[in-house]
Design a protein around this ligand. Structure first.
Ligand SMILES: [Zn+2]
Length: 127
């Protein structure tokens, strides 16, 4: 089995833009927990972007209705007067095969960046 096939997939590759995208799925199977990784070689710089959805860090389901309202008010006040809010998001990787696939995606993306960088060093231009 291809190591990348276990909960990790290459979702897009744009050789002309020198970028490749991977999706790492969360072990809990909630797609909202998945993470996207983009490897891009842009203007001579090797870049990795991590894309993840974050949520306000509390769990509504565990609160009484008045606690939910208070948490919303306190979060609103923090944004209004503090200019920030704390967020969190999780990505659960538990199986060895899943870990290997994640590492494989990182290695594959890194390899593509190195190839594009070497191409740039040799004077190759984008198509
Ligand atoms: Zn999850």
């Amino acid at each position: 089995m291809d190591k990348l096939s276990y909960r990790v997939m290459r979702t897009n590759e744009f050789p002309d833009q020198q970028s490749v995208f991977y999706r790492i799925s969360c072990d809990c199977d909630d797609a909202e927990h998945d993470m996207m990784i983009e490897f891009e070689f842009d203007r001579g710089i090797m870049e990795i972007f991590l894309y993840k959805t974050f949520y306000w860090k509390h769990y509504y389901a565990w609160c009484h209705w008045y606690e939910k309202i208070w948490k919303r008010i306190s979060a609103s006040a923090r944004i209004l007067f503090g200019g920030y809010i704390e967020m969190q998001g999780d990505l659960l990787i538990v199986e060895e095969e899943h870990i290997d696939a994640f590492i494989e995606a990182l290695q594959e993306g890194k390899g593509k960046l190195k190839k594009w960088k070497e191409g740039a060093s040799n004077g190759q231009t984008l198509p």
